[in-house]
Each structure stands twice: as structure tokens, then as C-alpha cells.
Design a protein. Structure first.
Length: 179
């Protein structure tokens, strides 16, 4: 029965891994969350494609609408390809009061994202066309005493300013070119 399930159009190289993850977690409490987490982590661009979500729905029997509601409820899930590097800028009140809007605008300008439409949404996520950088916002890192707070590639930087942020972005960009 399972063998007749249509395979995702993309990520074919990961077919075995996807099947293994589903087999491991499908019957466990909170299994869907674990499945999605692992599949996103495995994806080169750290996102869950439509094809993969549909495939998970078919294999697990969980309605696609429920899978989407889980994937959109948790902010750590991405439904669009992410850049190799992530610059996440806090837009909470404390960080806003200490200049996070300028940090955000400056990062967008520096990475050539200033002309991309962000829809004015609170939760912003923009990725450079070469998929090298994603600039995102977050509501609060829970580190308000260090405002303004920025996270670059999962490393938190407190009391950030535009000059320092430029240096950090330059550094990860150079590192990316070397690897
Ligand atoms: S408001 Fe930015 S860390 Fe809390």
C-alpha cells in the first residue's frame, strides 16, 4: 500500500531519508512536529516544500490542511527557501526603541533587498536571489536587556549597531566564499 504513494517531485535524493523519518516518528506523540523539524533541517535551503508537505500528508494520512496549520503556526518552520546565512533582527518594543528599524533597513540595503516587497508584515523574511542571505525579523528574542538584538547564523549579538552588523555580515559572507 505504502509503495503506491506518489513520490515528491523534488528532493528525490532524500527519498530514503524522508521515508525513514516518517517511519520513525509517525506513530509517536508529537510525531508530526518531529517529522517536519527533521525534514526542514535536512533540506539544503532549510524549508519545507509544497511537494514534501503533500508527500508527508499522503504517507501519514494526516490531512494536508493540518500539516499546513502546524507549519505556519510555528515560526521556525519555513515554507520558502532560505539563504545560506540568516540575519534575524528583533523588532520587539525594546529593540525598536534602540534602533532596530535602522538595523533592518541597513541590512536590506547592504544585501540588495531594499527593493523587495515585504508587504509591511510584522514577520518579514526576504532572501537574496542567489540564496546566500535571508533577512528575517522576530517579535522578541527574550534578551531585551541587550537591545537591540540581532542573530546571525544562530549566534546572538546584543547592543548591536550598524557598523558592527556590517562587519558581522561581511565576515560570514567572506567565510561562505572560502568554503
Ligand atoms: S524586544 Fe528585542 S529582545 Fe526583546
Amino acid at each position: 500500500m505504502l509503495d503506491t504513494v506518489e513520490r515528491p517531485q523534488t528532493e528525490l535524493e532524500d527519498q530514503q531519508y524522508i521515508d525513514g523519518v516518517i517511519a520513525e516518528f509517525a506513530e509517536k506523540p508529537g510525531g508530526l512536529l518531529s517529522i517536519l523539524e527533521r525534514l526542514q533541517e535536512r533540506n539544503r535551503h532549510k524549508y519545507l516544500s509544497e511537494d514534501v508537505l503533500k508527500y508527508v500528508a499522503r504517507r501519514t494520512g494526516v490531512p494536508l490542511s493540518r500539516i499546513y496549520s502546524v507549519a505556519t503556526f510555528y515560526s521556525f518552520f519555513n515554507l520558502e527557501p532560505q539563504g545560506d546565512h540568516t540575519v534575524c533582527i528583533c523588532r520587539g518594543t525594546a529593540c525598536h526603541a534602540r534602533g532596530s528599524r535602522d538595523l533592518l533597513n541597513n541590512s536590506k540595503l547592504m544585501l540588495g533587498l531594499h527593493e523587495q516587497e515585504d508587504g509591511g508584515a510584522d514577520k518579514l523574511s526576504l532572501t537574496t536571489p542567489d540564496k546566500k542571505f535571508t533577512v528575517r525579523t522576530v517579535a522578541c528574542f527574550g534578551q531585551c536587556a541587550l537591545a537591540p538584538v540581532v542573530e546571525v547564523d544562530r549566534k546572538i549579538y546584543g547592543r548591536m549597531n550598524e557598523r558592527e552588523l556590517r562587519k558581522v555580515i561581511d565576515k560570514v559572507d567572506r567565510k561562505g566564499k572560502q568554503s
